[in-house]
Write a protein that binds this ligand. Structure first.
Ligand code: NAP
Length: 473
């Protein structure tokens, strides 16, 4: 693997300064990538701009066929991709393999969707006119991605962009550029024409500034923190950049008296502890109704105690390291603040003896609304549980946040569940389901969790312009 920049069909950047990529489980260096900046990004934009003419002129069937080859290549290299991901990011190998499949599925789904980009014929008001809606690719797309899903967050953007006929410039997270580079290497093998896909690693500030201000880039699709999302939105204002923003979350889990306890326990574990709690859709605030509060906590604690912490390359590990030590410090701070304000530790509440960026899976009870953990994205394996008496109170607590990405409800009562879901201001709901994400479904948030949707048939719309054509005949 070359671990270089890929611009206009060439691997480049050997002479640039390097950024080290380290293994969060061991602290050891995995590799390094070039520190690209303004110049390299301008080159990548130019390449993508030129290639747009060729790529946007291909038929949907041609694009679909290359995307299918790309899907097959990702699946053929699933093990290599997953190992790379675990080494640079830390998630357990089985989860990494799961992510590679999830990532590949976005490519396959959009290989099919390329053929379903339909326009419209509008009934005319004038016998001498015909009214139509045409769909066109937006142009050069910049894709900026985070470290927590180094493959899926990228293919969720590349799939629809390429299917629509757009060309792309990728800026992966500096913590996890290797998986992204490997995915680009496979794209090269799949046969995308020169300049259609480009990747620049390095200084996020310099790269971001070009991507957000260059008028040849027509759209920026970003997944990451709300804080950076706001910066990009301001930077993109002068060129009226089209933006898709998949930002932070602070997901509530509401568990009602009539919930099936086993489903609620398994669903909460799936939502809370996947990726060591480092997902944007992780349950971050758990509200349990009073009648089942103790029963739920006991069953939940029994299962959480069984979760194994360690290096993700070791078989049987459920919880890998956090991405870096400051992430561990943030988690510890949230736990300390909660305990200081009256919470009790049911399980965990500390780091294991093993060296590394680990934090033990933790359950806190007697949580109250004044605690930091109920207002900030923790991004770690901590489950804070607050008791509630009535449903109205739970909905108010759940909606009391600037975020609106994912929320979860556990109830067996269809009428009650429907009423709760209708009141929740969240883009994704898992009702008796702790892992609702699916490539064929729209993913995205309300409020400060973002703009636009990725995945599903909706996910391609953001990469298409609507052109209304009135034809005089
Ligand atoms: P981040 O700090 O916002 O970084 C995300 C990406 O933006 C990285 O590639 C980063 O590059 C780049 N970046 C940072 N500052 C930039 C700037 N000024 N201009 C241009 N690019 C810039 O987020 P993260 O820590 O990687 O990811 C965690 C966050 O992502 C969490 O808040 C999580 O909830 C959110 N997330 C959301 C979703 C969703 O679908 N809604 C999915 C996954 C994660 P460098 O690494 O080089 O700084």
């Amino acid at each position: 693997m070359k671990n270089l920049l890929y611009i206009n069909g060439k691997w480049t950047g050997e002479s640039l300064a390097k950024v080290e990529v380290n293994n969060p489980a061991t602290g050891e260096k995995v590799s390094s990538v070039p520190r690209g900046g303004k110049e390299e990004t301008l080159d990548a934009v130019e390449a993508a701009y030129k290639a747009f003419e060729i790529w946007s002129s291909t038929t949907a069937y041609e694009r679909s066929s290359i995307l299918k080859k790309y899907y097959n290549l990702i699946i053929e290299h699933e093990r290599e991709l997953a190992e790379l991901m675990t080494k640079e990011m830390g998630k357990p190998l089985t989860e990494a393999l799961g992510e590679v499949h999830y990532a590949a599925n976005y490519i396959e789904w959009y290989a099919e969707q390329a053929k379903r980009i339909y326009g419209e014929t509008i009934p005319t008001h004038d016998q001498d006119k015909r009214l139509q809606v045409w769909k066109k690719p937006v142009g050069v797309v910049a894709a900026i991605t985070p470290w927590n899903f180094p493959a899926a967050m990228l293919t969720r953007k590349m799939g629809p962009a390429l299917a629509a006929g757009c060309t792309v410039v990728i800026k992966p997270s500096s913590d996890t550029p290797l998986t992204a580079i490997k995915l680009v290497e496979l794209a090269e093998k799949a046969g995308f024409p020169q300049g259609v896909i480009n990747i620049v690693t390095g200084s996020s500030k310099e790269i971001g500034e070009v991507l957000l201000t260059d008028s040849r880039v027509r759209k920026v699709t970003f997944t990451g923190s709300t804080e950076v999302g706001k910066v990009l939105m301001k930077q993109g204002a002068d060129t009226i950049k089209k933006l898709s923003l998949e930002l932070g979350g602070h997901a509530p889990i509401i568990i009602c008296n009539d919930a099936d306890i086993e489903k609620a326990v398994n669903g909460t574990i799936a939502s809370k502890f996947r990726n060591a709690g480092q997902t944007c859709v992780c349950g971050n605030r758990i509200y349990v109704q009073s009648d089942i509060y103790d029963t739920f906590i006991n069953s939940f604690a029994e299962k959480v105690k069984e979760l194994k912490v360690g290096n993700g390359m070791v078989e049987g590990v459920d919880i890998g390291p956090l991405i870096n030590y400051s992430a561990v410090e943030k988690v510890a701070k949230h736990v300390e603040d909660a305990v200081h304000k009256g919470a009790s530790i049911v399980v965990g509440g500390n780091q294991p003896e093993e060296k590394g960026n680990y934090y033990n899976p933790t359950i806190l009870k007697d949580i109250t609304n004044d605690m930091m953990i109920m207002h900030e994205e923790t991004f770690g394996p901590v489950a804070p549980i607050q008791k509630f008496e009535n449903i109205k109170e739970a909905i108010e607590l759940a909606n009391n946040t600037p975020y609106g990405l994912a929320a979860y409800v556990f109830t067996e009562n269809v009428s009650q569940g429907t009423k709760i879901v209708e009141k929740l201001d969240y883009g994704i709901i898992g009702w008796n389901d702790g892992s609702p994400s699916a490539v064929q479904a729209p993913f995205g948030g309300m409020k400060e969790s973002g703009l636009g949707r990725e995945g599903g048939h909706q996910g391609i719309d953001d990469f298409l312009e609507i052109q209304y054509v009135s034809i005089g005949i």
